[in-house]
Write a protein that binds this ligand. Structure first.
Ligand code: ATP
Length: 236
């Protein structure tokens, strides 16, 4: 079943068109990835799904329901959560308070302490550092905190915007492991990544974006063996 279905989506920043007739879909329980160079329009796609960017034309269906034009908080209440690029934590606030920020939704507020314990079970390092301010965490721990904050919203569809960017190789592996673990817990994943090599290994399907348009689509395995993809994105 399709959880998310985007049809012919166009988005502008002022006079500049950032997305051109983008169509893609995300099936329940799958890892679907979106790859492409800097400025291709990946972040714009995710922000538009969340209701942050207005839609010029096209539609977005979530669970067969039109969400185009809905306000951000209503979309979040439906179970769509974004782990944003650059983590967007509150650096001077504690780990615990950053997690609490993620529990503002009406739907999940009553489950606050249960959800926090679940986050600490998944990320024991956050439990150890619960009283520390976010700015004292390492880059990898900060990314875990951003993911933990997203989990406080009990997402059904979790979207990651370049979660491994700027991390050391061993932590990149750790982030991909976490994404797979969340997937095995039943979450549907929509992943934007620059690390194409790892992404194609874990994604059920992948879309390729260039200059605001979808220019390719296939299973991770298909794209991995496609000579054009290998040359453009995998450095072969
Ligand atoms: P990156 O990997 O650099 O984040 P991206 O694929 O996520 O790239 P977007 O951030 O979606 O790309 O940007 C798509 C296009 O829209 C780019 O040309 C960018 O300059 C432009 N753009 C993004 N945000 C804005 C904005 N707030 N105002 C004007 N133009 C913007």
């Amino acid at each position: 079943m399709k959880v998310l279905e985007i049809t012919e989506l166009s988005v502008f920043y002022g006079d500049v068109q950032a997305l051109w007739n983008v169509s893609l879909s995300v099936e329940a329980g799958k890892i679907i990835a979106l790859i492409g160079a800097n400025g291709a329009g990946k972040t714009t796609t995710m922000k538009t799904i969340c209701g942050i960017n207005p839609i010029a034309s096209g539609r977005i269906l979530y669970d067969q329901r039109e969400i185009s034009g809905m306000p951000v908080h209503e979309i979040a209440e439906l179970g769509i959560t974004l782990v944003p690029e650059g983590r967007q934590l509150f650096p001077k606030m504690s780990v615990e308070d950053n997690l609490l920020v993620g529990s503002y939704l009406k739907r999940t507020r009553p489950n606050r302490s249960k959800n926090m314990n679940r986050v600490y079970d998944i990320f024991p390092r956050l439990a150890e550092r619960r009283k520390q301010t976010a700015e004292t965490l390492s880059g990898g721990e900060q990314q875990m905190l951003a993911i933990g904050r997203a989990l406080m919203q009990e997402p059904k569809l979790i979207m990651f915007d370049e979660p491994s960017i700027g991390l050391a190789p061993i932590l990149v592996m750790e982030i991909f492991r976490i994404v797979q673990e969340l997937h095995s817990m039943g979450l549907t994943i929509f992943l934007v990544e620059q690390n194409v090599h790892h992404t194609l290994k874990i994604a059920d399907e992948c879309y390729i974006m260039e200059n605001g348009r979808i220019v390719g689509h296939g299973t991770g395995h298909e794209l991995e063996s496609d000579p054009k993809i290998r040359e453009a994105y995998l450095g072969f």
